[in-house]
Design a protein around this ligand. Structure first.
Ligand SMILES: Cc1cc2nc3c(=O)[nH]c(=O)nc-3n(C[C@H](O)[C@H](O)[C@H](O)COP(=O)(O)OP(=O)(O)OC[C@H]3O[C@@H](n4cnc5c(N)ncnc54)[C@H](O)[C@@H]3O)c2cc1C
Length: 210
């Protein structure tokens, strides 16, 4: 197992009654591409990466409001093809087989959580899972791709990604105007505002108090 995190606590209880704010990135193989390729061919194999975080630990008032409780997020990749057959079904009405599939995935993720963060064993009171179809339903990403277009070199060379479009006064923004993730989407906003105002705002937002 390859753990990558930004504090030394590895997500165990840090001698405190709540989980710490560390994000855990857990890889089963140092060769990430090989891990993903193996998993895509056979999704019953171990997840190639797991992201585990403790949102409640990042909320300074959570412990006060909900003493002795925590929230945990576990994110793992899954091929959209596994859900294709339910693509034409409606949210919450996808049928018993889909629900069973979700239960199986929930159990797999919970097992991984308990293995990597033993302090959670026997402590999970409620678990809820979303699938690529959930992301498609709520955010309109056609294949449930939570990070938008693939971040491969071709993407950064393609002119279609960016704030400007061939249409006058039509601008794009968010992660596909810059790069993936919340911070990528935020900077996508800066790039778009710069394009609209015809002024480079990067210096403004990177100035302390800017
Ligand atoms: C479960 C999950 C966990 C995540 N965890 C992290 C994390 O820890 N760190 C991180 O950096 N990123 C994380 N992400 C990714 C992050 O949420 C995205 O990178 C980010 O939200 C992209 O921002 P955006 O503004 O480009 O697009 P979005 O936030 O997807 O916003 C696009 C909006 O447009 C709306 N929309 C789509 N189509 C239409 C339409 N036709 N008409 C009108 N509205 C439309 C959607 O409903 C949505 O509200 C996570 C995503 C998910 C799903």
């Amino acid at each position: 197992m390859y753990h990558s995190c930004c504090c030394p606590h590895r997500g165990d209880l840090c001698g405190r009654p709540e989980f710490c704010a560390t994000n855990l990135w857990i890889y089963g193989d140092a060769d990430h591409d090989a891990g993903f390729t193996r998993f895509e061919k056979d999704p019953s194999r171990p997840f190639p990466v797991l992201f585990i975080s403790f949102p409640s630990a990042k909320d300074p008032t959570f412990a006060e409001r909900y003493p002795g409780r925590s929230t945990i997020e576990v994110v793992a990749p899954i091929p959209y093809g596994m859900f294709d057959r339910w693509a034409d079904t409606a949210w919450k009405r996808r049928g018993a087989e889909y629900n069973e599939h979700k239960q199986t995935l929930t159990a797999r993720l919970q097992k991984e959580l308990e293995r990597n963060v033993p302090a959670t064993c026997g402590k999970i009171e409620a678990a809820e899972i979303s699938t690529p179809l959930s992301t498609r339903h709520f955010a309109n990403y056609q294949n449930g791709e939570i990070y938008g277009a693939s971040c491969v070199p071709a993407r950064f060379r393609a002119r279609v990604f960016g704030a400007r479009t061939p249409f006058r006064n039509l601008f794009l923004t968010g992660q596909d105007a810059c790069t993936l993730g919340v911070s990528g989407a935020l900077f996508g906003g800066v790039i778009t505002a710069s394009a609209i105002l015809r002024r480079n705002l990067m210096g403004v937002v990177s100035r302390p108090g800017g």
